[in-house]
Design a protein around this ligand. Structure first.
Ligand SMILES: N[C@@H](CCC(=O)N[C@@H](CS)C(=O)NCC(=O)O)C(=O)O
Length: 199
């Protein structure tokens, strides 16, 4: 399997966490590819030009949730996804956590626009409000989470780590103490420790 990724992508982090958890790194050819470099092999594999992208037996698999689902189905028979997909409340919560990553990435993009003189105060404030609301919403739903590790905890861990990585001005630990507790509980687990976000 060829895996196109960056170490800074929270979406790729979900996949890297699962590869680490499943202990299948030796079956994966890791190809670090910054999407903006537009490398030919990467664009052939990933027509949208986005990471992460997995190629298995010449077949492209995107996006991050589908890659995670694919690996889980093939290597565990669905232990990470089945408990979530079996309950609409959890399935929706997974979409909310994944949407939080989208809002955080959009906020990061907006921030980089400050240097290009195309910064939009409207979008900046809109993303800030969505992020604040969503953190509160997820905190209020934490009691729904299964006790065993699933894709939901993995996705939420990526979002929280990305907050620390790119959005240090958002004081989520202070404002969402239950999320902080959640983070402390899971952050010591090896698959999270060995896949930290990096530039
Ligand atoms: N929905 C996709 C989003 C992937 C995504 O947007 N990745 C970013 C990096 S964090 C990217 O490759 N951006 C390059 C671009 O949008 O051209 C997923 O879950 O994999």
């Amino acid at each position: 399997m060829q895996f196109y990724y960056t170490l800074s992508s929270p979406y790729a982090k979900n996949v890297r966490t699962i590869i680490a958890l499943l202990g299948i790194s030796d079956q994966v050819q890791f190809i670090e590819s910054h999407p903006f470099k537009d490398e030919e092999a990467f664009l052939t594999a990933s027509p949208l030009g986005k990471v992460p992208c997995l190629v298995d037996n010449g077949e492209t698999i995107v996006d991050s949730e589908v890659i995670c689902d694919y690996l889980d189905a093939n290597y565990t028979g669905g232990e990470l996804f089945n408990p979530i997909y079996a309950d609409w409340r959890l399935k929706s919560l997974l979409s909310v956590c994944s949407g939080l990553i989208d809002s955080l990435v959009s906020r990061r993009i907006e921030e980089t626009r400050k240097n290009e003189d195309s910064f939009s105060k409207f979008w900046w404030e809109r993303q800030n409000k969505a992020i604040t609301r969503t953190l509160g919403y997820i905190e209020s739903k934490l009691s729904l989470l299964p006790e065993t590790l699933t894709i939901l905890q993995i996705c939420l861990m990526s979002a929280l780590e990305y907050l620390d990585f790119r959005h240090r001005d958002i004081e989520w630990r202070k404002n969402y103490p239950e999320l902080e507790k959640f983070y402390q509980i899971w952050s010591g687990v090896e698959c999270f420790q060995t896949t930290l976000l990096k530039d």
